[in-house]
Design a protein around this ligand. Structure first.
Ligand code: F6R
Length: 241
């Protein structure tokens, strides 16, 4: 794993933006894996700026989001569908046909999971998968204990993850209890993975990701086994290394 050490959140976002832009500008039909949450917001802002300044175009880019809550409609303010539109897609020239986000509001969620895997494999593989890091080591919504062999599946969100995400909702009671997530094997099949880590709250998790034993009890530890991982972390996140 390559570790890029930066001073702060803005520098982390800039470094990540450089990597994503390079891949978008150099691959014929780039396939990006995208994350939501607080961590990639700065990166998305920078990508919008690059597009606005005509330094890039997303018209041949395909995206696959990592996850989505179960039970929220597309138009719900806290769905990841809304998040992606508000933080990126509304401001760039991506073709909506090339945007893929699991739909957590269908009657047959199991079919949705297998269809999602199918569409990913029809695209070959994800060129660059962006990841944030959960304080408990989750990647996507793969909580501790998720088999490394998992593909896109339904998860029961842990109490700590629901508490962590309650800041986006009126109260923790409104945070859905279930989600769809790309599985760990699905993530590991990406050609390249870029992990963004910012803030003191993530410092223990980052230390475990890099130096901990590889264990399903800490999902992100599997990244030690991937051939092409770049971690971009800021000083507060690096403080326990
Ligand atoms: C989001 C996702 C999650 C987050 C993680 C960190 O799509 O898959 O794994 O990346 O929970 O969230 P933030 O960035 O809000 O600290």
């Amino acid at each position: 794993m390559k570790l890029v050490k930066v001073k702060n959140y803005d520098q982390m976002s800039e470094q990540a933006c450089d990597i994503v832009l390079d891949r978008i500008n150099n691959l014929k039909k780039p396939v990006l894996g995208l994350a939501t949450g607080s961590t990639p917001e700065g990166l998305y802002k920078q990508l919008i700026n690059k597009y606005t300044n005509k330094e890039t175009s997303f018209n041949n880019v395909t995206t696959f989001n990592l996850d989505e809550y179960i039970g929220l409609s597309h138009s719900h303010p806290n769905s990841y569908y809304t998040y992606m539109n508000e933080h990126l897609f509304n401001y760039i020239d991506i073709d909506s046909k090339n945007v893929n986000i699991p739909n957590g509001n269908v009657s047959d969620i199991l079919k949705e999971c297998s269809d999602y895997e199918k569409v990913i494999s029809e695209h070959g593989s994800i060129d660059v998968q962006l990841l944030g890091l959960g304080s408990n080591g989750h990647i996507g919504f793969n909580e501790p204990g998720t088999p490394f062999s998992s593909r896109t599946h339904i998860v029961q969100l842990s109490e700590s993850t629901r508490q962590a995400n309650a800041r986006f909702f009126e109260s923790v009671d409104e945070v859905p209890t279930k989600a769809i997530t790309m599985g760990i094997r699905t993530i590991m099949e990406s050609n390249e993975i870029v992990v963004l880590v910012s803030g003191l709250k993530k410092s223990m998790a980052l230390a475990n990701l890099i130096n901990g034993e590889v264990s399903e009890e800490f999902p992100a530890s599997i990244l030690q086994k991937h051939k092409n991982v770049t971690i971009i972390a800021d000083e507060p996140a690096l403080s326990k290394l």
